[in-house]
Ligand binder design. Structure first.
Ligand code: HEM
Length: 257
């Protein structure tokens, strides 16, 4: 008897499914389209699975996450739509590929960026700025950068700390670059390499020209050519090395024949 009831029920479900297929489909779509992200203390947070729905098909909007912040990039469909150059980024956090350009990376670490260089991290920040300016920020991805409440994680804090250190390092480098601007460098078959100083070499505009010297920086493998201001600096100090066969006061030196 039980078997008969089961059979009848199965047949009823199948017939119902076939007859009301269209209605069921539109009901299902309606449910999907009314999906609301978890609103946690005023912050919209999404799980990875939820974010993955925003691919322009399961959900009509197109979202991507950059360092855990989710943007609605639907208006950029020409970049992110199926078959477009940057479709890889859709429905996930592929922050690392913004630097590596590896649009095949589906590994766990595709949003890991702390091992990148300062310059690369700055590029990422620049991307975030671009996204903020161009697209609407819709929430936070629960994971590496934000917790369930949409609050920054320890990883996120470490990222901010790295950025602060990078800014300090950049400022020190910039100060050193102004004090010892890089030389101009050229090469020709006849002459070989030549280094020389002008009042704008190294992109540093100044009132003095300077003389080319090799500067040994801690940690650097090779010396680099800098212009030393002879009126304020001792160009014979131990940290500087003169170029061979080049007069002490010359502003231009041929460094190999
Ligand atoms: C690491 C490699 C690269 C990454 C991660 C990258 C990423 C992107 C992204 C995300 C966009 C869309 C920006 C938006 O939403 O407005 C974009 C746009 C664009 N990219 Fe790339 N890109 C890369 C390399 C390249 C290269 C090598 C070229 C050129 C040969 C290129 C040319 C363009 C152009 C022309 C646009 C459209 C700009 C516009 O319409 O506003 N990209 N890129």
């Amino acid at each position: 008897m039980g078997k008969v009831i089961n059979l009848v029920l199965t047949v009823v479900v199948i017939v119902f499914g076939v007859l009301f297929r269209d209605s069921l489909e539109s009901y299902y779509k309606k449910i999907r389209n009314t999906f609301v992200p978890h609103n946690n203390k005023g912050k919209n947070v999404y799980t990875l699975e939820e974010l993955a729905q925003y691919n322009g098909q399961d959900q009509s909007e197109v979202y991507l996450a950059l360092m855990g912040t989710i943007f609605d990039v639907t208006k950029g469909t020409k970049h992110y739509g199926k078959g477009s150059s940057y479709h890889y980024f859709v429905g996930k956090d592929g922050s690392r590929a913004f630097i590596t350009g590896n649009f095949k990376d589906e590994g766990q670490d595709k949003d890991h960026i702390l091992d990148l260089t300062c310059d690369e991290l700055m590029v990422l920040l620049n991307w975030k700025k671009t996204f903020k300016e161009k697209y609407k920020q819709v929430g936070y991805l629960i994971g590496r950068y934000f917790n369930l409440e949409g609050k920054p994680t320890e990883y996120n804090r470490q990222f901010s700390e790295r950025i602060e250190n990078c800014k300090v390092q950049k400022a020190i480098e910039q100060k050193e670059k102004s004090k010892y601007p890089p030389c101009n460098i050229s090469w020709s078959a006849d002459e070989g390499s030549r280094v020389w100083c002008t009042t704008s070499s190294g992109g540093i505009t100044r009132s003095w020209t300077g003389v080319p010297r090799q500067l040994y920086s801690p940690g650097a493998e090779k010396p680099r050519c800098v212009c030393v201001n002879v009126t304020t600096d001792d160009s014979t100090a131990g940290m500087f090395k003169e170029y061979e066969n080049c007069p002490k006061t010359a502003t231009s030196c041929v460094i190999d024949a």
